[in-house]
Design a protein around this ligand. Structure first.
Ligand SMILES: Nc1ncnc2c1ncn2[C@@H]1O[C@H](COP(=O)(O)OP(=O)(O)O)[C@@H](O)[C@H]1O
Ligand SMILES: [Mg+2]
Length: 286
């Protein structure tokens, strides 16, 4: 069965996208899993990290992004969403990564969020605004071992579309006060949502990202999280703040790197993401 995991935090800049891409690349490149990244964030960061800006622009000009799927729901006369043309195969700029696909996002997605709340619900109210993603990508879900969904920093309708197809979710967080403040709210809201739709969506855990070992505040927040966050246990693997991880956001060309270690860093960064991925794989089957 396909494991579908959303990455969520209500705060921006906490490492949601970077964690999504790194874990997706580890799953595909090290464990030979078939992986799909779904970019639901209008900021399109995951998309641009995986295919670069030029290729994204061409797709966007041709209406081959997830924006079209949501637009169709608000306006059926608009360009039809074309799943085959939109699905990008063998993305990533690492040669070792051969089984990673992408459903790209678009900056235009930002305007759609509000329209979705008012879409006509169709015959017998059968159309539901939180069911658009599931309906749109149903034919390909089972082609994958893992689907990772990079969510925008809110719990709006687009994010709910992602949660709707997820069995699990991960909360990436910088171990500081503002990045962890919303965690209880996220857990409570997703729990409520899952009860409402009658489907289990369980927290897999909290990923400590951009950790700075010399900051006593980070140490303190991590201790508190480990002690109190029983619903979403903190992963043992911690991702330190490192320049090479920030640089990994830059897509220059396909085959920019031969190995994942070259891309993410050989001073422990690659191992941290690898260990995190192992923990995720373990928790998924636990
Ligand atoms: N471990 C890290 N070390 C250094 N920079 C990082 C790290 N993780 C993410 N970044 C950088 O921090 C910024 C925010 O990360 P990002 O993954 O885009 O967060 P989000 O998706 O939550 O907004 C980006 O510029 C990214 O490259
Ligand atoms: Mg992001």
């Amino acid at each position: 069965m396909t494991v579908v995991i959303s990455l969520i935090n209500l705060k921006g800049g906490v490492g949601k996208t970077t964690t999504t891409i790194a874990v997706a690349e580890m799953l595909a490149g090290v464990f030979y899993q078939k992986v799909l990244v779904i970019d639901l964030d209008p900021q399109t960061n995951a998309t641009v990290m995986l295919i670069g800006e030029e290729r994204w622009e061409a797709l966007n000009d041709n209406h081959h992004t997830l924006c079209q799927l949501f637009l169709n729901a608000t306006d059926p006369d608009n360009h039809q969403f074309d799943l085959v043309q939109t699905l990008q195969h063998q993305v990533s700029n690492v040669t070792d990564v051969e089984t990673l696909d992408l459903l790209p996002s678009s900056l235009d997605l930002v305007d759609i969020q509000y329209k979705l709340a008012t879409i006509p619900t169709g015959k017998f109210y059968a159309l539901c605004p939180i069911d658009i993603l599931r309906r749109g990508i149903q034919p390909i879900i089972e082609h994958y071992d893992y689907i990772l969904i990079d969510c925008p920093p809110n719990l709006g309708i687009i994010t709910l579309n992602g949660l709707q197809i997820s069995q699990r979710y991960i909360i990436p967080a910088i171990p500081d006060l503002l990045s962890t403040y919303c965690i209880p709210h996220v857990i409570a809201t997703v729990h409520d949502f899952s009860e409402t739709i009658g489907q289990s969506i369980e927290p897999l855990g909290i990923v400590i990202s951009k950790y700075q070992a010399d900051m006593t505040l980070h140490e303190r927040v991590i201790k508190d999280l480990r002690r109190y966050s029983k619903d979403a246990p903190v992963f043992d693997a911690q991702i330190h703040q490192r320049q090479q991880i920030a640089e990994a956001a830059e897509f220059l060309k396909p085959h920019q790197f031969s190995t994942l270690k070259q891309k993410w860093g050989s001073l422990g960064q690659f191992e941290s993401y690898l260990n995190l991925t192992k923990e995720i794989m373990k928790r998924v089957v636990a």
